[in-house]
Design a protein around this ligand. Sequence first.
Ligand SMILES: NC(=O)c1ccc[n+]([C@@H]2O[C@H](COP(=O)([O-])OP(=O)(O)OC[C@H]3O[C@@H](n4cnc5c(N)ncnc54)[C@H](O)[C@@H]3O)[C@@H](O)[C@H]2O)c1
Length: 240
Amino acid sequence: MQASFDFSGASVLVVGASRAGIGALIARAFQAAGALVTITGVEEQPAEEDRERFRYERLDVTDAAAVRALGGMVDKLDILVNCAAITSRGQEMEPTFFEKVVNVNLHGTFRTAEAFYPHLKASRGRLINIASMYARFGSPRNPAYGASKAAVEQLTKSLAIAWAPDGIRVNAVAPGFIVTEQSARSRTDPVHVANVNARTPLGRWGQPEDIAGPVLFLASEASAVITGTCLAVDGGYSGA
Ligand SMILES: NC(=O)c1ccc[n+]([C@@H]2O[C@H](COP(=O)([O-])OP(=O)(O)OC[C@H]3O[C@@H](n4cnc5c(N)ncnc54)[C@H](O)[C@@H]3O)[C@@H](O)[C@H]2O)c1
């Protein structure tokens, strides 16, 4: 991506950026635009190509104490991006797994937002949550994921209103079908891959870097009067 935004001097935290997926590409774009970027993930280490590039904190967003502790370690934060999520096609009717998906995707998003609220208030910062096109579509094989992402979109609106008096803008991005580790299992089905291409007006799956530009836009002054919105980044799929 050609970075045309300037985030020099900004401190950015991207939660869930350890797998060279959407989060990592967002982190790289912020860094290319001059920001000081920290990333987190549930793994011991980030993807190999990002090990030298970023400060990395291992963080399980279901661990409220760990999220709070990370908040205590960070002095200044201008931009928080919530990317951490799980899903597993076909397994989400199992009640314990359903709860886990909601715990990571929804409660995890709220935990980090709440823990970093004082920082964002101090910087009059920006929070960007990664929702999904499946916030709006029924997803028979991923019911927990769809429900959690719908809730993330709703939470985005509520936090936007609650924190507007503090000068914090809160927005979301809803990616469509993106080529990452999270979608690897579904991409083993060639019929599914072809169906997505055929149904998408722009004719292709998105790449992780396709999400970075819209996130930088929502973090920049170019979107100064945008808050509480959820921007579809899906090649036109949800409108077709
Ligand atoms: N790939 C897609 O097609 C697609 C589509 C729509 C939305 N999204 C969303 O984009 C975001 C990034 O997705 P991705 O495809 O890059 O996923 P990914 O699986 O490549 O990365 C997920 C990240 O979440 C982290 N994570 C998982 N469980 C965690 C936990 N308990 N605590 C903390 N971190 C945890 C992982 O460490 C990893 O960094 C997610 O919110 C996902 O739901 C992805």
